[in-house]
Design a protein around this ligand. Sequence first.
Ligand code: AMP
Length: 451
Amino acid sequence: MLGLMQRRELLISSIIQHAARHHGEAEVVSRRDDGRIVRTTYRALERRARKLMGALRELGVGFGDRVATLAMNSDRHLELYYAISGMGAVCHTINPRLALDDIAYILTHAEDHVLFMDACFAPLAAAVAPKVAATLRVIVALAEPGEMKQLELPPGVTQFDYESLIEAAREEEDWPVFDENTASGLCYTSGTTGKPKGVLYSHRSSLLHAFAINSADAVGTRATTRVLPVVPMFHVNAWGIPYAAPMVGAALIMPGRHLDPVSLLGLMDGERVDLSVGVPTVWLALVNHMRQTGAGFKTLKRIMSGGAALPRALVVAFAELGVEACQGWGMTETSPVVVYNGPKPATAILEGESRCDHATRQGRALFGADIRATGPEGAETSWDGKSQGDISCRGHWIAKGYFRAPDSEIGDNAWFSTGDVGVIDQNGYMLLTDRSKDLIKSGGEWISSIE
Ligand code: AMP
């Protein structure tokens, strides 16, 4: 229709273009495997991502192809996020903590021809390569020339180093434009029975999720924020932070593989981090370390916790350290954030014990996603904080099926069953009370209760 608003595709590349143009000097700080700290900016990163697009094409990567990464949080992994998705390929992040056979299954199922890996995962890559020799063609070490020795690889698999590839690549001038419903990312999630299942994100879903978590009542990163995602970029896109931060020009502080409390605290203090995001086990270790050493945070103001219930004791411990602990909930299938425990007039007035109690609720639905709890007959339970039900959700960034699993399709408007059980209170806050899935989480990773 004429005289209407402009319609532009919601593409992931638009985030890094905006960051380079309007927040060009904003920093991305990364800790390398050897502990070194390296610094770059969104302007420099955007340019290197365009070179990386050229390098990917030279490696034979085309539109829709899956490209695997086995990597921790770093500027290089961020370049891969933008270059791979930006050219219309699919950034397939692999969890290095999975069993070798699961990693081999995932690489084969996704038909990844190219795998980028941190040098610390070289033994893993060398062990998995013979199992995926039918599909894998290229391994790229995220390293300088000569920094990593040549792996013993099956015939037909070639090894490159990342920096030489980028150096030699032609810089692409423009980010390609295509349909926002194109797949952008792929992340496999474990089940109790059967093989891991692939969740395929789109440009549109990733952008809308980033907008949503950036709202003031959710994670809400700002140009003045310095955010440290402890949650790895192979866990549901580090909960969307790699998109949300550059969207507003927030500085990104990437810890690499150094996730112990001493390293994290050093990076937080040294890089003036005010917001950090991760699972409760990380926070418990950090808080214990602070207690043992009597140390305090220099700049940290807020943490977001997710992936498992936020214990009340952690809320209290952080409050004593002058840090607000907030909670979100979601799954790999939900991009992940569906609910976030932001205040409402009725909860903002809570103090002391009741404030801490309230913080253990997972949260209320963000605009763009919806939740409900249903009883055994399928009817929605009342929002009274007592009536338990199976939690399901739907929205712009909730999966409607699994990758290459046509039987799993539920459709665009259907409620996705989460396997979590909980109550919703009169203010719309969900509290998980149980789960119907036969899985247990340990340190942020699933293990089946059978195992
Ligand atoms: P994953 O797909 O590995 O991200 O795991 C998603 C599952 O983690 C959810 O279905 C919940 O069982 C659990 N989970 C995520 N966030 C929370 C939270 N804030 N509180 C309790 N459980 C959570």
